[in-house]
Design a protein around this ligand. Structure first.
Ligand code: ADP
Ligand code: ZN
Length: 610
């Protein structure tokens, strides 16, 4: 029986476990249920794939998306693991063949869609097979509090109960606020599970929020700085996807698009163009991305603010999965807030809910939207803000986000803050941002006059400020707990827990403002990039492209960028040396060793020959 480290080396080609992996694997091998909450790119798959290879019998992986299953199985097969998937993308004949093979014990790991679990056909197989582990991938789908709620996930425990012998159950997710975490534990009926939560920090991601006047121009400017890289641009609507994609193509970019309005064939084709690097930029709605493991995405631009931080961090997190420095830009405009409310109100996925559940969900969405909006306004460390939202403590300065690297001025807004709070109080905490700003700026709008607010002593008190500047101040007061904002379609401003102290003159308020003459931020990346020879790297990339085309599998499934860089740095010449490269296991040595070793020795000969 090999050890877990041997399996890691032999199949996956890695010399050591990453944080969190080993303890989860140990728990599962010990027949204990386990939950892994780890950010995208942390390496969740290995946490169940390694034990699956060490256990007797079959591991079933419940997975929500067809593309995700395909990718995972393709990667497994490349690594010499016998895997398969069962979902609606298979024809009847293919499905029967796969089940037959499964019965015959051909597969160690089988991915299955949750809807299949209780079907008679699958039951018939499952009742007669040795199933050692059931793994729930993207486990947050079980919770109504998360995004991507998938009702059929709720039947997973029932399926587990039907099995003649209870297998060990493991669950993995990248997005789990404390509430979702609790749902995973209780709704999946886990038994005294081992729980590992690794840091959600992705230190190689640079974070920045911009507020451009013209988003398209800003995007073109960003792209010009990233010509060589592959990237994703997320837009809120199909129309924006169409417009942005067309504009980029006009400017000579190899851009493609993805949204729910395209035919299946076109979506599939565009997605593959992007995965295979035939298109360098993907312009898409949030329909794109779950299950896309493309590891060499160098930047993600959000053309609109997404509906919540869960979505934002997941989408932005698709950059830099290979551990290389990558950049995430959010282009914010105040109108995005209303746009998100509108999109939610029209969303079809909520039609099954009763009135009470819908009301709850609306409130929840409003709170999430507020937190997302605050992210766009905060002048504190962006990384800290996100990590804090996910329940993690983090240093207050990360050194790799705009707010940490940009230069700010501290401005005292105590007096203005007091005026704003008084205004909210005069309005009896019954009005929203707009009315508060109108009154402070001395508006004589019809509504102000009708309510008689022009008679208030506070009317026009801050008339010398522009509306935008006042809005910033209100946001700073909200962030610091001097004001609060109600949920709902028309949120109202009310006094926050710290308001009294400010009104009584016992507290001061400061706000950080971007100073105009601040120099361009210096970006620091915490990780050292291995020094590889660029000419050799280019040669190896070309070889990977050729192999990818001839076998029709994505490049990153052959070798990741990080693996190629290591090859170009260490320049192995023997199979044993080749095996030392992170990401090279036995199967890949067999398949690709000769081709890459030949390329490296040719290149070396050319160097000494000339
Ligand atoms: P997740 O599912 O958590 O988003 P993946 O399982 O797709 O992440 O892993 C992300 C990348 O990290 C993959 O390329 C994987 O091969 C790599 N990886 C996983 N574990 C290790 C390890 N112990 N050492 C090196 N690379 C690893
Ligand atoms: Zn920071």
């Amino acid at each position: 029986m090999p050890t877990k480290l041997q399996v890691l080396e032999q199949y996956f080609g890695y010399p050591a476990f990453r944080p969190g992996q080993e303890e989860l694997i140990d728990a599962l091998l010990d027949h204990r249920d386990a939950v892994g909450i780890m950010p995208t790119g942390a390496g969740k798959s290995l946490c169940y794939q390694v034990p699956a290879l060490l256990m007797e019998g079959i591991t079933l992986v419940v997975s929500p998306l067809i593309s995700l299953m395909k990718d995972q199985v393709a990667a497994l097969v490349q690594n010499g693991v016998r895997g398969a998937y069962l979902n609606s993308s298979l024809s009847w004949n293919q499905y029967q063949a796969a089940l037959r093979n499964a019965r015959a014990g051909v597969y160690k790991i089988i991915y299955v869609a949750p809807e299949r679990l209780l079907t008679p056909e699958f039951q018939n197989f499952a009742q007669n097979a040795v199933i050692s582990m059931v793994t729930v991938d993207e486990a947050h789908c079980v919770s109504q509090w998360g995004q991507d709620f998938r009702p059929s996930y709720l039947s997973i425990p029932e399926f587990v109960e039907t099995l003649p012998q209870r297998p060990v159950v493991s669950a993995f997710t990248a997005t789990a606020t404390p509430r979702v975490r609790n749902d995973i534990l209780s709704l999946l009926a886990l038994r005294d599970p081992w729980i590992t939560v690794t840091s959600f920090d992705r230190p190689n991601l640079y974070l920045e929020v911009r507020r451009p006047k013209d988003r398209l121009q800003e995007t073109l400017g960003l792209l010009a700085e990233h010509r060589e890289k592959s990237g994703i641009i997320y837009c809120a609507t199909r129309k924006a996807v169409e417009d942005v994609c067309a504009a980029l193509q006009e400017h000579g970019y190899a851009a493609t698009r993805y949204h729910a309005g395209l035919t299946d064939q076109e979506r599939q084709k565009n997605q593959e163009d992007f995965l295979y690097d035939r298109a360098s930029v993907m312009v898409a709605t949030n329909a794109f991305g779950m299950g896309i493991d493309k590891s060499n995405v160098g930047f993600v631009i959000h053309y609109n603010m997404p509906k919540d931080l869960e979505s934002y961090y997941q989408e932005a997190g698709r950059a830099g999965r290979d551990g290389q420095p990558a950049e995430c830009f959010l282009l914010y405009n105040g109108q995005d807030v209303g746009l998100n409310r509108f999109l939610f109100s029209r969303s079809e996925e909520n039609q099954d809910l009763d009135e009470k559940a819908l009301e709850q969900l609306t409130q929840l969405n409003e709170r999430r939207l507020q937190a997302m909006t605050n992210y766009c306004h905060t002048t504190a460390c962006l990384r800290e803000y996100i990590l804090h939202y996910f329940g993690e403590h983090a240093p207050t300065q990360c050194g790799n986000c705009y707010n940490c690297t940009g230069h700010f001025q501290q401005v005292d807004i105590t007096s203005e803050g007091r005026d704003i709070l008084s205004c909210v109080r005069y309005l009896r905490q019954r009005f929203g941002m707009k009315m508060v700003l109108d009154v402070l700026r001395g508006s004589k709008s019809e509504k102000v006059l009708r309510m008689g607010f022009d008679k208030l002593p506070i009317h026009g008190k801050l008339a010398h400020y522009k509306e935008d500047a006042l809005r910033e101040m209100v946001n700073a007061l909200l962030l610091q707990g001097f004001l609060t904002q109600s949920g709902g379609e028309f949120p109202t401003l009310a006094l926050g827990p710290r308001a009294e102290d400010l009104l009584r003159g016992q507290e001061s308020v400061y706000m950080r403002l971007r100073s105009e003459e601040a120099p361009e931020p210096v970006r620091r990346f915490p990780r050292d990039v291995p020094k590889s020879d660029p000419a050799l790297l280019k040669r190896l990339r070309e070889l990977r492209t050729t192999l990818s085309r001839s076998q029709n599998i994505p490049m990153y499934i052959i070798f990741s960028n990080a693996t190629l860089e290591a090859m170009a740095a260490y320049q192995p010449t023997t199979p044993a040396e080749f095996l030392e490269i992170p990401g090279v296991g036995q199967a890949k040595l067999q398949k690709y060793g000769k081709a890459f070793l030949d390329a490296i020795s040719h290149w070396k000969e050319e160097q000494t020959g000339s």
